[in-house]
Design a protein around this ligand. Structure first.
Ligand code: GLN
Length: 495
């Protein structure tokens, strides 16, 4: 029963005493007991009795008439790179190098969740340091997609997406540097939102590519996402890139008629995108037109350059950010002889996985003095040029529509042998990060075999509310978000 309700409805029922937070927690732990070990979702998890006792405290507060927060009793998972100060939980960022790291402080988003009486129950599996598009790069094994357990859940926040679609959490937070919230949401058939850069604090998010990283959320529906975003966003004095901007308001459901939507040819090119993905995008485009919106196909030349630009910048920033894992300040320490050099090299050699090492080396290369202008400097210029181009697109259009990923969830091993093929999975998602824009993934018509397909709407910077309002209006019409991986998960939960 609890899984048929939205997050917002659950909060209302818990507050009114109609559903106990304890009952909801029990239902979530029943799912965890059944599926966590086979799907490999949680990296650290509250023991059942601790989670129950925290839920009971919320019920007691409500029973005694005390006021509770906007997320009272909601079981939440956070990605393994969002710092949490809880003796029962740890942060490893999907890597061996951190060991069992216990953060001495909470990320701002974790503080905000806890401040609203949410119950953070665990940290979720991810590609090591958020580098990947499939959750195959975790040092702790792959996470499986509940729609087809032979397939990836998407990445890098694969554990986060699976926690929500399988009912092991009601809400999950992840990070999105080039698509890592939207892409696993798309492959798992749920809603994933990457807000405008700077609207949700990154304080306490372990940095990958700082100018691209953004915390976002996974929920079953856009309206739940909107509710959570209204809690998470806001200026943070602890974070230098946090925006001090009042977001413009929007109604809960936007009027679709009159919307002007750009559908880039490059996103629906049948040579590079799966035909079922293209069909799903086209179905939405037709629906929007039937509701009075205009959808215009157009070639956006600059899209050819998004992947090289993103990967040069992300690798460069990663090579600098990951310098802090040196065997001295955090995590494991390895040393073969007494030298400082051996401490650094042995620790990093043993601690980092192959993909992380590849990126540190390439990032160091593009920043090195002989190549800086040719690669990093040029990528910075191309990014600025793209921001200008996108601004011009938004003078004419309200949104850019496309798929989130050119293909649905793929099989394990299908792309992991070829890093370039894996990087191309991000072709539709990285533009939002490069231009710091908000973008959302909502489920579209699935494939004939029943695999989810995520559709993306990207909006103007700081127009997050109107993006959410339009996505919510679309979701009301399509209702694909109501599909569940039924064959593996019954919707009936015995309380
Ligand atoms: N797949 C992209 C990468 O590997 C994006 C990852 C992310 O958003 N964290 O860089």
């Amino acid at each position: 029963m609890p899984f048929d309700l939205s997050l917002v409805e659950l909060v209302e029922r818990i507050k009114s005493g109609d559903i106990l937070a304890e009952t909801l927690m029990d239902a979530v732990y029943l799912r965890i007991d059944q599926y966590n070990s086979s799907l490999n979702v949680y990296r650290s998890l509250l023991p059942h009795e601790v989670a129950i006792s925290r839920a009971r405290k919320i019920d007691e507060k409500i029973a005694s008439g005390k006021s509770v927060g906007k997320l009272a009793g909601i079981p939440v998972s956070i990605k393994d790179n969002i710092c949490i100060n809880d003796p029962n939980l740890s942060n490893a960022c999907g890597s061996q190098i951190l060991g069992e790291y216990h953060s001495p402080y909470n990320a701002t988003v974790a503080e905000k969740l806890l401040g609203e009486d949410a119950l953070i129950i665990g940290t979720t599996n991810m590609d090591e340091f958020a580098m990947g598009s499939s959750t195959e790069n975790s040092a702790f094994g792959v996470t499986r997609n509940p729609w087809d357990t032979e397939r990836v859940p998407g990445g890098s926040s694969g554990g986060a997406a699976v926690s929500v679609v399988s009912g092991m959490a009601i809400l999950a937070l992840g990070s999105d540097t080039g698509g890592s919230v939207r892409q696993p949401a798309s492959m798992c058939g749920i809603t994933g939102f990457k807000p405008t850069y700077g609207t949700v604090s990154r304080y306490g998010l372990v940095a990958y590519g700082s100018s691209l990283d953004q915390i976002g959320c996974f929920t079953q529906s856009v309206s739940d996402c909107r509710y959570v975003f209204s809690i998470l966003h806001g200026h943070d004095v602890n974070e230098s890139t946090s925006a001090k901007i009042e977001l413009s308001a929007a109604p809960e459901l936007a009027e679709l008629s009159g919307l002007r939507i750009c559908l880039p040819d490059e996103y629906v090119d049948e040579e590079s995108a799966d035909p079922e993905v293209v069909a799903s995008v086209n179905e939405l485009a037709e629906l929007l037109e039937s509701k009075g919106a205009t959808v215009e196909r157009q070639s956006l030349e600059f899209l050819k350059y998004v992947i090289p630009t993103y990967y040069v910048l992300a690798f460069a920033e990663a090579s600098s950010n990951l310098g802090r894992f040196d065997g001295i300040r955090y995590g494991i320490r390895k040393q073969e002889d007494a030298s400082l050099k051996s401490l650094y090299t042995s620790t990093r050699k043993k601690g980092f996985g192959e993909e992380v090492k590849r990126r540190i080396m390439l990032g160091t290369f593009v920043l090195s003095s002989g190549y800086y202008d040719q690669y990093y400097g040029r990528a910075v210029q191309v990014r600025a040029w793209m921001e200008k181009q996108v601004k011009e697109v938004f003078e004419k259009f309200d949104f850019i529509l496309g798929p989130v990923s050119p293909f649905p969830a793929f099989k394990f091993g299908e792309k992991s042998e070829d890093p370039l093929a894996m990087y191309l999975a991000d072709i539709c998602s990285v533009l939002a990060n490069l231009t710091r824009s908000p973008a959302i993934s909502i489920p579209g018509r699935p494939t004939k075999a029943g695999l989810p397909i995520g559709l993306q709407l990207m909006g103007r910077r700081f127009a997050d509310h109107s993006l959410l309002a339009s996505a919510a209006a679309i979701q009301e019409l399509t209702a694909y978000h109501k599909l569940r991986p039924e064959k593996n998960f019954s919707t009936e939960i015995k309380n």
